[in-house]
Design a protein around this ligand. Structure first.
Ligand SMILES: [Zn+2]
Length: 525
């Protein structure tokens, strides 16, 4: 477990998930949590159990499916409702029952928000804080408190804002995180308010939004003023302009201020982790992101080029290797290396050095075409099997497939797929109908193979992600499709890439079925 003296607290799965267009399944959230744990953050806020069924399920599945090495899970929720006991409030019960060792309670610290939004008295708000914190503490959970709208509240009524901090600390909250909920603060002013709050003697944290472009700077100003708990989100995700980018905060504190926050080797994996998370969120990575962006250490050829050759440090603020980045690096190249070294071992294959080299080469070529193996573990394993065993044995071979999309006047759009396959010495022609082309193809493949492989009935496509990748050097844009499938024992993901979205989907689908059959114990022929 991470050192308790300084907290790195991630809220990607709760606050970051508020970002427009970002939609995470429970499985996605579990995967992101594993990546964050790999980075070595101390706390992962998983969501709001009780208020959101998906988040309740996340905490339930986390108990058996997450094996965290560094991080502890935190459940987020509100103080009890006005006029009831914390022990009787069903939402407080959901926090208690989440199984999370830490609960982060959000509480109002702005007098006008208490009166106008919460519609209760300032005194009752303090009672709600006191009662909820002490109740959860008595039930054995560690409690942090997010003081919502703290900085605006301090401007409106400083005595009350500080009273909220004091009340929470006295009731047993270990950390009071001061939140710049509207994100409007600037670093100098924010630092002054944190210093004033430090007078309460409570342990303080900071939670910043980036509406002034200062979320990271504000977080650093708060640390300088004495907070020992920083909150933020992977890649700066969050609503509006986003939250403080936790990766930038960690790199700044560790590399520029000498804090010992995450293991050195994890920091050196930060660029890979940042990109792996974008594969899950399906948000295009920001190439200019500090430290981890593809362009973060890339120089334009010309003026600097010769000097860089002499001494690269003249033109970069840190050695990019410290965060796993490179002066001139293709993400694919990096991902390839990491995938092959780590995943091969993880999957239990021993590769000869010749096979390793060959696999790295294949991954590099495929990733330069737009494939990604970070998020497509099953595709990687199939590729690995191909490399180790010559061409992997096939359960079926495809003669052809075809999809027709029809929109009859006044009716619904329907798709019809025909597949022609060879399996176990038979030629099979089958059709399937669906609401979309991929759905129709999926049905046709099952129709063709289920008689020979009844296990396919348990296979389910659970997620389908599409990303359009920009073409390079005048080529057309290409489409990458990631399909997640499941059976009754687990999940796996496969990838396909093509200029044509249906071909890309077909590739991912064909591998999904093949991998499903391997899992069911069919080695192919
Ligand atoms: Zn927030």
């Amino acid at each position: 477990m991470a050192d308790d003296r300084f907290h790195v607290y991630d809220t990607t799965l709760r606050d970051g998930a508020q970002q427009e267009g970002l939609n995470l399944t429970v499985a996605d959230k579990l995967t992101v949590a594993r990546h964050l744990d790999g980075l070595g953050v101390g706390f992962i806020e998983g969501g709001w159990p009780g208020a959101n069924p998906k988040d309740t399920e996340f905490f339930r599945r986390a108990r058996t499916e997450l094996d965290l090495k560094h991080a502890q899970l935190a459940a987020f929720g509100a103080t009890r409702r006005a006029g009831v006991k914390a022990a009787d409030d069903p939402l407080v019960a959901a926090l208690r029952e989440s199984g999370a060792p830490v609960v982060t309670l959000v509480a109002k610290s702005h007098d006008r928000h208490v009166e106008l939004a919460l519609r209760t008295t300032l005194t009752e708000n303090l009672a709600m804080i006191r009662d909820t914190v002490s109740h959860l503490r008595a039930e054995g959970q560690r409690v942090f408190l997010d003081a919502e709208h703290f900085f605006d509240g301090y401007k409106s009524n400083p005595a009350y804002a500080l009273e909220v901090v004091r009340t929470a600390a006295e009731a047993g909250a270990d950390v009071i995180a001061l939140c710049d909920t509207n994100g409007g603060m600037l670093p100098d002013e924010l630092g002054d308010v944190v210093l004033a709050a430090a007078g309460t003697q409570a342990r303080l944290g900071i939670h910043c939004h980036d509406d002034t472009g200062c979320a990271v700077a504000n977080t650093l100003a708060a640390v300088r003023a004495g907070v020992t708990h920083v909150q933020g989100c992977a890649n700066g995700y969050g609503e509006r302009s986003g939250n403080a980018n936790l990766f930038t905060v960690v790199a700044n504190l560790q590399l520029k201020r000498g804090f010992d926050l995450v293991p050195r080797e994890s920091l050196a994996d930060m660029t890979r982790i940042a990109h792996a998370i974008t594969e899950v969120t399906n948000v295009t990575p920001n190439s200019h992101q500090p430290y981890v962006g593809v362009s973060a250490f890339a120089h334009k050829a010309g003026l600097h080029a010769s000097a860089i050759k002499v001494d690269p440090n003249l033109y970069q603020h840190i050695d990019p290797a410290e965060v796993g980045n490179d002066m001139r690096m293709l993400v694919s190249d990096m991902a390839g290396r990491a995938s092959v070294e780590l995943k091969g071992r993880e999957l239990g294959y021993t590769l000869s050095s010749q096979e390793s080299r060959e696999l790295v080469e294949r991954v590099k070529v495929l990733e330069s075409q737009g494939y990604t193996f970070e998020a497509a573990d099953a595709s990687f394993e199939l590729l690995l099997r191909d490399t180790v065993g010559g061409d992997r044995r096939r359960h079926f071979s495809v003669e052809s497939w075809r999809v027709i999309v029809e929109h009859p006047a006044g009716g619904d759009v329907v798709s019809e797929a025909t597949v022609k396959l060879h399996a176990k010495g038979e030629r099979i022609v089958a059709t399937g109908e669906g609401n979309g082309p991929v759905n129709a193809l999926d049905k046709a493949v099952r129709q063709a193979l289920e008689r020979l492989y009844p296990e396919l009935a348990r296979l389910e496509l659970t997620d389908f992600k599409v990303r359009i990748l920009e073409g390079t050097h005048g080529t057309q844009a290409i489409t990458r499709v990631l399909i997640t499938s499941s059976d009754d024992t687990g999940e796996w993901s496969t990838v396909g890439v093509d200029e044509n979205i249906i071909e890309a989907s077909w590739q991912a689908l064909e591998q999904a079925v093949t991998y499903g059959l391997l899992r069911a114990g069919h080695e192919g022929e």
